[in-house]
Design a protein around this ligand. Structure first.
Ligand code: GMT
Length: 375
């Protein structure tokens, strides 16, 4: 059994979820898990034996123009590595977490192994900034092992940073005990959705890259042919523009803005179709959550999305911004009973086969074993 430190952005979507769920599964296997973060990760919502939380306190002394999160994190990591005698520090995001881990290791002079998992945004957004590029490259190359959540992200990282560092693909996963199709038909009534109406869902942090207006435009075509409602779940910078667009298109009585929601699996369980039409997406964890609940998905031919959706099997892959194509595939799924039931059961099968939490957990444990035996 290993003593593993985990650092993630505790409030950031998919990466925070994966880091926390992985920590929980590892703890269930008997590993000792130490979260080092600035807040309790939001999925760590009860007491778990074998899991410890070490808070990074960022002091804001008047001499600092900006509170030094990175240095406070490195100092806390070093303290925890020494005191808890960690074997491994597994950080999510190269920037700044891998850099902090390297600094912490140098400070404490213990041979802790550093594993960095790339989730996308640090490469596809930060990697474009040339002043940060060299630092991200340094963080990746100095890590003992690096993983990424899709083949697409591996290729993009190696190209963008011009590095030959080996990066292993370990896909994301969902906790099958939480994500399965539940009988929540009452919920449909609660939201005043008629029984015969189909439910289309989009979940994101409403950043520009998520292209939520494309979801709304596609829906305004779909609703023309199929009696349906659109659930928009999440919140973020584009939220009010989306609200305005819905008014302009005159579909306000068909779109439900639900904001941030905790029990997303309940909402997925009343949904018939999931749309993720992003222009950047290294994986699309929300797709996997939908598939686990038997919801067919339509996603763009971008990043890791085609590694999650099997075109014509569990949903459809569409070209970015092609509203007509999105609407026509959606109408096919929503109106053809056989396509719907086939895609729904195939989606659940793919989650069990390709993305099973036990398989992914095993891949991380194997990596930990390897890195610890590397001397
Ligand atoms: O998508 C976001 O804006 C959040 C971001 C994150 O850091 O949580 O998501 C990234 O990591 C997720 C977990 O691996 C992936 O499912 C998302 O595709 C990825 N987002 C992007 O690549 C834009």
């Amino acid at each position: 059994m290993a003593k593993i430190g985990i650092t993630c952005y505790p409030t950031v979507g998919g990466s925070g979820v994966i880091a926390t769920e992985l920590g929980k599964l590892l703890a269930e296997q008997g590993h000792e898990i130490h979260f080092v973060a600035s807040q309790v990760p939001f999925r760590l919502n009860r007491v778990y034996p074998n899991i410890y939380y070490h808070e990074v306190e960022v002091s804001n002394y008047p001499v600092f123009q900006h509170p030094p999160y990175d240095l406070a994190l490195a100092a806390k990591m070093a303290e925890v590595i020494n005191r808890e005698e960690l074997d491994i520090l597994h950080v999510h995001y190269a920037m700044p977490h891998a850099i902090c881990a390297i600094l912490a290791k140098q400070m404490c002079k213990r041979d802790v192994k550093i594993i960095t998992t790339l989730h996308g945004t640090d490469i596809t957004v930060l990697g474009i900034d040339s002043s940060l590029k060299q630092m991200i490259k340094f963080g990746i190359e100095q890590s003992d092992q690096v993983t990424a959540v899709s083949n697409s992200l591996v290729n993009q990282t190696q190209d963008m940073l011009d590095t030959n560092k080996r990066i292993e693909v370990i896909y994301n996963f969902v906790d099958e005990r939480e994500y399965y199709r539940k009988s929540t038909q009452e919920l449909k009534k609660d939201y005043c959705i008629e029984e015969h109406e189909k439910v289309i869902i989009h979940i994101s942090n409403f950043r520009k890259v998520k292209r939520v207006p494309d979801v709304i435009h596609a829906f305004s075509k779909i609703v023309h042919d199929v009696p349906s409602k659109l659930l928009l779940v999440g919140d973020g910078p584009e939220y009010s523009d989306c609200y305005q667009l819905v008014q302009e298109l005159g579909i306000e009585n068909r779109v439900l803005f639900l904001g941030k929601q905790e029990n997303v699996s309940d909402l997925l369980s009343i949904s018939d179709l999931k749309l993720l039409l992003s222009e950047k997406e290294s994986f699309g964890l929300v797709l996997l959550e939908a598939m686990a609940c038997g919801v067919p998905c339509i996603g763009t031919n971008i990043g890791g999305i085609p590694e999650v959706i099997d075109h014509g099997e569990t949903g459809f892959i569409v070209e970015l911004g092609n509203i007509d194509q999105i609407a026509s595939f959606a109408i096919r799924i929503l109106t053809d009973e056989k396509t719907m039931t086939d895609f729904s059961s195939q989606a659940r099968e793919v989650v069990k086969d390709k993305f099973a939490s036990s398989t992914i957990l095993g891949q991380y444990e194997e990596l930990y074993k390897q890195v610890m035996s590397d001397g």
